[in-house]
Design a protein around this ligand. Structure first.
Ligand SMILES: C[S@@+](CC[C@H](N)C(=O)[O-])C[C@H]1O[C@@H](n2cnc3c(N)ncnc32)[C@H](O)[C@@H]1O
Length: 326
């Protein structure tokens, strides 16, 4: 079985893999490269890369969310114990599927236990996965005290333990180094010929629409700028990268935040649908920005592309030639 994301995660990139595939640097085909994903989330691109490049021995993932990275570590190092706990909880939860009050009690007890953060790592990871599968919309949200505060979801019999997938994930993770911290720390792990895929928290399209609260620390405009400067540093060192983000210009044509910030890089606009929203009735189209890869001293491919935007019956078609960056 192919390993796939074991969590629901805002900004999961499964639907964008085809687009990312087309943008991969050509020398990646040679297999002898290092892959670093500094904002791994549920790892949709990671699992695809591991499958696509079976000889990829040097893969490094990172996330600032330690609940998340600990669950990767547990799956890598203690998957059988994790499966035992999750399958017990799944049976217990399904047994009370018709009793809403009993389910609530069960869920909120597990949430309270999770928030004590006193369980051993395997139990803590099981709690994290249990809450992800049973909470409202698979959201992850914590308050200033780092307490998970998402209410129960309305699923009747959610799958809590996908044994086959957890085993498949554990197998591929044996090839992966798992880090927890700020993305900038990953540079220390980058030898020559490293390819980075960045999928940072989105810049919100409006004050209320976008979900980007993955941890108690905010990822604001200053952070987006710091990340761009980090990309400059990668360029100087000859590394290659792709970055995706929400396309604020798709929403407001006068918003040139990313176009200005990444003026020296290639930008490719892709139409994609966002699947996690705090209000499920407000699922909206998101336009992602893909920023091209510019290995130092090498002419980059030039593209031109068009994208269509249909909003409130109005259709806008724009064709944007890419800049050629040497
Ligand atoms: C858009 S999500 C990544 C989604 C991922 N591509 C997927 O397929 O699920 C952004 C991630 O960045 C993490 N993050 C936020 N600030 C960070 C930082 N300073 N350094 C590293 N990770 C960070 C969040 O915890 C979150 O998991």
């Amino acid at each position: 079985m192919k390993a796939k994301p074991f969590l629901k995660w805002a900004g999961g990139k499964t639907q964008l893999i085809e687009q990312i595939k087309r943008q991969l640097p050509e020398n990646i085909q040679q297999n002898n490269f290092t892959y670093i994903e500094p904002f791994v989330g549920s790892g949709a691109v990671l699992f695809w890369m591991l499958e696509q490049y079976p000889n990829l021995e040097n893969a490094i993932i990172n996330d600032i969310n330690s609940d998340l990275t600990n669950s990767y570590l547990t799956i890598k190092n203690d998957v059988q114990d994790l499966i035992n706990i999750l399958s017990t909880w799944e049976t217990e939860y399904h047994n009370i599927a018709d009793d809403q009050e009993a389910k609530k009690e069960y869920y909120y007890e597990k949430r309270a236990l999770f928030n004590t953060r006193k369980s051993d790592q395997t139990t803590q990871s099981a709690l994290f996965i249990f809450l992800n599968r049973t909470c409202f919309n698979g959201l992850y949200r914590v308050n200033r005290k780092n307490e998970f505060n998402v209410p129960i979801g309305s699923y009747k019999k959610p799958q809590i333990c996908n044994t086959e997938n957890l085993l498949a994930v554990s197998k591929v993770l044996q090839r992966v180094k798992i880090l927890n911290g700020d993305y900038s720390e990953t540079l220390r792990y980058a030898p020559e010929n490293t390819f980075f895929y960045f999928d940072p928290p989105y810049k919100p399209l409006s004050n209320t629409s976008s979900f980007n609260s993955y941890s108690k620390d905010e990822f604001d405009d200053k952070e987006q700028i710091r990340l761009k400067e980090f990309c400059d540093k990668l360029n100087e060192q000859g590394h290659q990268w792709i970055l995706s983000n929400s396309d604020v210009k798709g929403k407001d044509p006068n918003n040139n935040f990313f176009d200005g910030l990444f003026a020296n890089f290639n930008i490719m606009r892709v139409n994609a649908r966002k699947s996690i929203n705090a209000n499920p009735s407000k699922k909206e189209n998101l336009f992602y920005v893909f920023l091209g890869i510019t290995p130092k001293g090498r002419a980059i491919r030039t593209y031109s592309f068009s994208f269509e935007k249909k909003e409130k019956g109005v259709q806008t078609i724009a064709t944007i030639p890419y800049a050629n960056v040497a």
